[in-house]
Every structure is written in C-alpha cells, then in structure tokens.
Ligand binder design. Structure first.
Ligand SMILES: [Zn+2]
Length: 287
C-alpha cells in the first residue's frame, strides 16, 4: 500500500534498523524493487530524482505506474513514493501529483532561507499527511549534475531544521553520491553521534549508500540512521548484467533480442542488490 514514510521510519528508529530508499528509473526498476520488498516483507521507499521524474514523463506518470503495480502485483508491504533532492518548485509538483513523501533539499540556500522554505513545506505536508525530508550540509559528489562539496553538517543547524517538524533529516557526514574515491576518509561518526543526540528520535537519513563498507553502515544505523539511500549500486548491477548478456551473444540467439528477455538479467541483478541491502539494513520482516 502507498503510505507516507513517517510510520515506517519511526518504527525503524525505535527498532534500530533502517529502511532502504531505492531510486527508480523506469518500469523494470520499480517492479524489481517492489517485488523484492514484498518477498522480504520489508517496507520500502521508491526514490525519484527530478531528472528521473522528467525521464519517466512526469510525476503523475510515476504515481499511476506505482499505484498500478501495487494493485496488480499484490504488494502488501508499506511503499512510499519519495521525491529525492527536490527543489522548492519540484516539491510542490510532487505533492500535487500524489507522491506520499518529498525531500526538499534547501542545503544550497543560506540557512535562514532553508528554514523559511522548509517551514512552509512542513505545514503543507502535514495538512496532506505526507512525510518530508530536509537536508542540512550538502552531500558530496554529483546528483543530477549538481556537485556537492561533501561538507559535514553543523549539529546546531540540524537541530534548528529538525525542530521545524520535518519527518526525517539528511545531514552530510562525509558521505558522497556515486562511487567513493580511493582516498575517501569514511563517515564522520563523531558528528553523527552529536547530531543524533541533539535531534532526539528524529530519523536520520544517509545518502550515498553505494560503496560504504558494511561495518560503517551498521555503525551509522546504531547511531540513529533510519533511512539509507541506494541509487548507483542498482545502476552498476543492472549495467553489468546487461553487458554480460550482450557480450555472451544472447541477444543474437533465438528471440534473445526481445526486450523482455534482454532486460531480464538486469532486473534480476537489481533484485539481488535490493535483497542484499534489505538484509544489511535489517528491515526484512518489518513490514
Ligand atoms: Zn542524495
């Protein structure tokens, strides 16, 4: 069922596990993630970036597709459709289109402006029963062409944004979008612990989940991270499986060119990645 992310994340924070946000790009992605979440009885968040929203022909197309899948695939676990790194305008478009959750990324605004815009969206989302994610301190790497500095969030600013009544808070703690460079220094657990202490039971969000070592993921969860975003890892798995299929010449054998056959190994690779993450995050059987 399509729900806001509030209840699943409140339960995750209390139960010391995390719910995965898996970004979608098309029908295959959404189907693979929903089927795996159902199989594992895990709540799940489908992330949609503004670029992916445009690619999939608009937010209302996505809402229609996901609602249809929930109904026709018999998905019973809680599912949230969530705007990832939304602009102020994008957040309103998604609220209008029927998303159950939005992220407003005001981290590039001066803190006063981030607070003013977040506060406004807190009221709008509350009235409609949607969950809202806010961000403090930009997250490194590239997100739809936007390069973040990878700064570490100021715990006092986190507290200011958390107190506005957002559902969950993304704070930069040295995490990066995309593949991690060889000289990456790891997550800043000192700052994470400080933020966690200051924001109380507010679920924290870890972006850039691809390539963070398992022990760091587990430690981050123990320090209050309740939502982990995974995007690049599913893309890499899909690409590798598709490459293998073509390099083995399978598209040239029989009806191997049929897109339903050609894309099947990639879909299975996404499923395997999602399964692995759900096990690592501890959200299996928590639906
Ligand atoms: Zn992100």
């Amino acid at each position: 069922m399509l729900v806001s992310a509030k209840e699943m994340l409140t339960k995750a924070k209390a139960g010391h596990y995390a719910v995965g946000q898996f970004n979608i790009n098309n029908l295959e992605w959404a189907k693979a993630i929903l089927l795996t979440a159902e199989e594992m009885k895990s709540p799940v968040i489908l992330g949609v970036s503004e670029g992916a929203g445009k690619y999939m022909c608009g937010y209302s197309t996505i809402v229609g597709m996901v609602k249809g899948m929930i109904e026709n695939l018999g998905i019973t676990v809680p599912v949230a459709i969530h705007l990832d790194h939304g602009s102020y305008e994008g957040a309103y478009k998604c609220i209008e289109a029927g998303f159950s959750s939005v992220m407003f990324d005001g981290s590039h605004y001066p803190i006063e402006e981030n607070i003013a815009k977040t506060k406004e969206l807190v009221e709008v989302c509350r009235a409609k029963g949607l969950s809202l994610e806010a961000e403090v301190g930009s997250i490194g790497g590239e997100e739809d062409g936007v390069i973040g500095g990878g700064e570490v969030a100021d715990p006092n600013e986190c507290k200011m944004i958390a107190d506005l009544g957002v559902t969950m808070l993304a704070a930069g703690i040295g995490n990066i979008h995309g593949k991690y460079p060889a000289n990456w220094t790891g997550l800043n657990f000192e700052v994470l612990a400080k933020i966690s202490e200051m924001v109380g039971d507010m679920p924290l969000v870890l972006h850039g989940g691809t390539g963070i070592p398992e022990d760091m993921i587990k430690k981050a969860i123990s320090l209050g991270v309740s939502k982990i975003n995974v995007n690049t890892e599913c893309q890499l798995a899909f690409a590798a499986a598709t490459r293998k299929y073509i390099e083995e010449g399978k598209d040239l054998a029989g009806k191997g060119f049929d897109p339903r056959k050609l894309l099947a190994p990639g879909v299975e690779a996404i499923k395997a990645t999602v399964r692995e993450k759900i096990n690592l995050f501890g959200s299996a059987n928590k639906a």
